[in-house]
Design a protein. Structure first.
Length: 650
């Protein structure tokens, strides 16, 4: 994080303006950020557990205003106004932070009046002023946290009520005045304090705390050691360690980039040491970290928003996402193993991999806290409180280890990390709330879905293809959460009206939005991993796209075959999982031109084997059987050729 300060000195003979030393400003900013972060986290805990600390238990809308004020102020204090000169406008950041605290705090104080007196439709002058100030601050916050493209999107759709009456056809909507639009966005319950912000307040803050505690207590080291103990000595072991370790760690932290920066410096050099090229090692780490945000139990912010939009418990999303996420990691393991087999790459020597049992014993605090998280989340159905209980268990359990217990300096870093993470989320999702509100208040969201269904003529394949392309393009310029929220309003209802499974439809959008992380030209995860590996970013991106090919295919599979998201009988689920595993093995074998027990294959066999794998994927049993027949034929033919070559050699 960068703390801004101005160090300009007059170039003339005039006396320079008085300046605070850089170190003092940085120290002051850190203290303020930690104080505000502690206040925000305490307020979230107070609200979640109904503690009524000092008689303070605000209403729902008042609580959201308070959180927005606190964490928006934190965003201004921790995110630079200008990336070209981060240290220039430190004084402006203080002004904006104070304005956020005052405007949102005033609205929170009058939360009951906003509801009872209908200020959304007619508010006093001071309320209008505070609402106007807050909406400007929200736009500046989303610019800093989400970038110019997200700011443009928030402005375009947030201002939609102003010009909806002039739009043609199904884009026509209810028109609002300028002040009416501001009131609707700030004082209404479907925009800035709508579902995205409610999800952050009720669910996400707890899981951010859990992920930060995991990293602060060196949980990342344990999971990488465990993966190394289990797989490090096997063929191409370091790549499998990266897949397993990054998958587990990322599933708990929920962040792609931080996962790469945490595990990449360990996994990438180790992969290179046994013979993997730098670009391939970086691609493996990028894919493993990207897929981790789709792996239960945490799955990042988007899954919580998805549960709220669908009106289901978070555990339902977790259950649905388990099989697709596991299949993705199985595909990655197949690919890195076949790559190693074809090139004769070995694993780490046994004496360089830790024994499994001692690693498991040393990591009992993390396994215990993970068990508590899953039990409270899935067993007791206390989704909002689960991460808090798990975090407390982890902190208490690691206190018995001198290397892992949280020190005072570690606690400060932990508080800074939590504060910054939540501040970014609040800044982005408050801005995305403007998009949700603009489409909701004008009624355009429902009309768009109806028209899309009409134009597609009930052709679900056409709608899915259009949705995949749109999700991918939007994912290039937006955060995955922003992309998902936007399309869940416009596209998901049309998919559900076409008869597709609701959870599958929403997961489809999420998966395709994630692809921009590993697909050029953006490929943020691949570029980050390339920087760690010292490889060329675009070459790394194209290899990551190839390794992540299951992410391109899986969404289409589970949309048409809901058995893969646990929607079906036990027999159906087992049957489809088995066939999908066979198909993934065949497709990855074709990619690597390597079949187990056969070895390297020619180009004709490669094409036939890949085609057979694709046919096995189809839900119709007849097509799957034909595909299976092709696979068997290719194997038999290649085994015959192999025996003939061996006989000639003899």
């Amino acid at each position: 994080m960068e703390f801004e300060n101005s160090t300009a000195v007059a170039q003339s003979g005039e006396k320079p303006a008085a300046q605070l030393p850089d170190s003092l400003i940085q120290a002051a900013f850190r203290i303020i950020i930690m104080a505000l972060g502690a206040l925000g986290v305490s307020m979230a805990i107070n609200q979640q557990f109904l503690l009524n600390i000092m008689g303070f238990q605000p209403l729902g809308n008042a609580y959201l205003y308070y959180l927005i004020g606190i964490f928006l102020a934190l965003a201004f204090l921790s995110l630079p106004a200008s990336t070209l000169n981060p240290q220039r406008f430190w004084w402006l950041n203080i002004i904006l932070a104070v304005a956020a605290l005052v405007s949102a705090g005033w609205l929170g104080f009058h939360g009951l009046e906003i509801i009872q007196k209908g200020w959304e439709y007619d508010a006093p002058l001071l309320a209008d002023i505070m609402a106007s100030v807050l909406i400007i601050l929200v736009l500046e916050g989303v610019r800093r946290a989400g970038g110019p493209i997200l700011l443009f999107t928030a402005l375009l759709f947030g201002a939609y009520p102003l010009y909806a009456d002039y739009m043609p056809g199904f884009l026509w909507g209810n028109e609002y005045s300028l002040m009416g639009t501001v009131r609707a966005h700030v004082l209404g319950v479907e925009s800035i304090i709508g579902i995205p912000m409610q999800v952050v307040a009720d669910l996400v803050i707890g899981f951010v705390i859990f992920g930060s505690v995991l990293v602060a207590t060196k949980g990342s080291d344990f999971f990488m050691e465990l993966a190394s103990a289990l797989l490090g000595h096997s063929r191409g072991g370091p790549a499998k360690v990266a897949v397993m370790g990054s998958g587990i760690l990322g599933s708990l932290s929920g962040s792609v980039i931080s996962n790469i920066l945490t595990s990449g410096p360990f996994s990438i050099p180790t992969m290179r040491r046994v013979g993997y090229p730098a670009h391939y090692a970086a691609a493996v780490e990028a894919c493993a970290s990207t897929g981790a945000t789709l792996m239960p139990p945490v799955m990042g912010t988007v899954a919580f928003v998805m549960a709220s939009f669908l009106g289901v418990q978070y555990s339902s999303i977790v259950i649905a996402a388990v099989i697709p996420a596991i299949l993705f990691y199985v595909a990655l393991l197949f690919q890195v193993d076949m790559y190693a087999a074809r090139r004769g790459l070995k694993g780490l020597p046994r004496n360089e991999t830790p024994p499994v049992w001692p690693v498991l014993k040393s990591g009992w605090p993390y396994l215990l806290s993970l068990a508590v998280l899953i039990f409270v989340l899935m067993g007791l159905r206390m989704e909002a409180r689960a991460p808090y209980y798990a975090s407390v268990v982890m902190l208490v359990a690691t206190a018995f280890s001198k290397q892992r217990r949280l020190t005072l300096s570690g606690a400060k870093r932990l508080l800074l990390d939590i504060s910054q993470s939540v501040a970014r989320l609040v800044a982005v999702l408050a801005g995305i709330g403007l998009v949700v509100g603009g489409l909701s208040y004008t009624g355009v969201a429902g009309a768009f879905s109806r028209e899309l269904l009409l134009y597609a003529g009930g052709n679900t394949a056409l709608m899915l293809l259009a949705g995949a392309v749109t999700s991918f393009v939007l994912g290039m310029g937006m955060t995955v959460t922003a992309c998902y929220i936007f399309l869940s309003i416009l596209l998901a209802p049309a998919l559900m009206q076409a008869g597709l499974n609701p959870i599958a439809s929403h997961l489809f959008i999420l998966y395709w939005g994630m692809l921009s992380y590993i697909t050029p030209p953006v490929a943020l995860a691949a570029i980050t991993a390339a920087n760690v590996a010292g490889s060329k970013p675009m070459r790394t991106g194209f290899h990551a796209m190839r390794l992540g090919m299951p992410l391109f295919v899986l969404p289409f599979i589970f949309v048409y075959d809901p058995a893969l998201i646990m929607d079906g009988t036990v027999i159906e689920i087992i049957e489809r999982v088995a066939l999908t595993l066979i198909a993934i093995w065949a497709i990855t074998s074709a990619f690597e031109r390597w079949i187990y027990k056969v070895g390297q294959i020619g180009h004709i066999s490669q094409i036939a084997f890949g085609a057979g794998g694709v046919m096995v994927l189809f839900p119709e049993m007849a097509t799957s059987l034909i595909g299976g027949g092709i696979l068997v034929t290719v194997i038999v033919v290649n085994l015959g050729l192999l025996r003939r070559r061996d006989a000639v050699k003899v």
